[in-house]
Design a protein around this ligand. Structure first.
Ligand SMILES: CC(C)(COP(=O)(O)OP(=O)(O)OC[C@H]1O[C@@H](n2cnc3c(N)ncnc32)[C@H](O)[C@@H]1OP(=O)(O)O)[C@@H](O)C(=O)NCCC(=O)NCCS
Length: 179
C-alpha cells in the first residue's frame, strides 16, 4: 500500500453527527496500542501481534499521512479509517485504486460508528479526488465487515483465496453530481 498521492492534507477535522475524523496526534498513542494489540480486532487480519512489537513500532507519536484518519468520539480515539493506494494488490481489478480500511475498538462496535465514519471518509475522498473509485478487501468470514461494506455501497467484484482464507473484493464509485 502507498499513499493516496497528491491530496490537500490534512483537511479541517470532519464532523459527523456523533464523530470527528482528524489526523492522529501524540494523545492517541495509548488507544492506538489498544487497537493494534487487540486480538478481537485482528481476528480476520492475520491474528494478534505481540504487544512489545507494536509498542516498539509506536515508539513515537502515531504516524501522519494523507488518508490516515483517527475516528474520535468525545475526544478519544475509537477507531481508524485508512484510505491508501493499493499499488501492490493481488487482484488486477484493484491495483492502483484507492483502498478503504477500517479498525474500531470492540467497545465501539454495534453503534453504527463505523458506517458513520467511513461514509464521511468516502465523502472527503470524493471531493479530494473527484471521480475516484475505491476498493475494499475483507475476508468473507468477517461478516460485520462485509455487511459494513454493503451498507457503504460497495458491490462485489470477486472473491479470491489469499492469506489462507477467502477474500471479498468490493468496489465503490462516487455518485456523479446531479445536473
Ligand atoms: C468491521 C467493523 C468496523 C464493523 O463495526 P460495526 O460496529 O459492526 O459497524 P457498523 O458501524 O456498521 O455498526 C453495526 C451495527 O450498529 C448498530 N447501530 C446502533 N446504532 C446505530 C446507529 N445510530 N446508526 C447505525 N447503526 C447503528 C446497527 O444495528 C448496526 O448493525 P446492522 O449492520 O446489523 O444494522 C468492526 O467489526 C471492526 O473494527 N472489526 C475489526 C477490524 C476489521 O476486521 N476490519 C476489516 C478490515 S478491512
Amino acid at each position: 500500500m502507498d499513499d493516496l498521492g497528491p491530496v490537500d492534507w490534512p483537511p479541517e477535522p470532519i464532523r459527523t453527527e456523533r464523530l470527528v475524523l482528524r489526523e492522529p496526534g501524540p494523545r492517541d498513542r495509548a488507544a492506538f496500542l489498544e487497537l493494534l494489540a487487540s486480538p478481537q480486532v485482528h481476528t480476520y487480519l492475520g491474528g494478534p501481534r505481540p504487544r512489545d512489537e507494536i509498542e516498539r513500532e509506536l515508539a513515537g507519536a502515531p504516524e501522519r499521512w494523507p488518508g490516515n484518519f483517527v475516528v474520535d468520539l468525545d475526544g478519544s480515539l475509537i477507531g481508524q479509517v485508512l484510505l491508501r493506494r493499493a499499488t501492490g494488490h493481488r487482484r488486477p481489478a484493484a491495483v492502483g485504486k484507492a483502498d478503504l480500511g477500517y479498525l474500531f475498538l470492540p467497545r465501539a462496535w454495534g453503534f453504527g460508528y463505523a458506517t458513520e465514519a467511513c461514509t464521511a471518509a468516502l465523502g472527503w475522498l470524493a471531493t479530494a479526488l473527484p471521480g475516484e473509485p475505491v476498493v475494499l478487501t475483507t475476508q468473507t468470514a468477517n461478516v460485520a465487515s462485509v455487511r459494513l461494506a454493503a451498507k457503504l455501497g460497495f458491490t462485489e467484484v470477486e472473491r479470491f483465496e489469499a492469506w489462507g482464507a477467502e477474500q471479498w473484493l468490493g468496489m465503490w464509485s462516487p455518485t456523479p453530481p446531479s445536473r
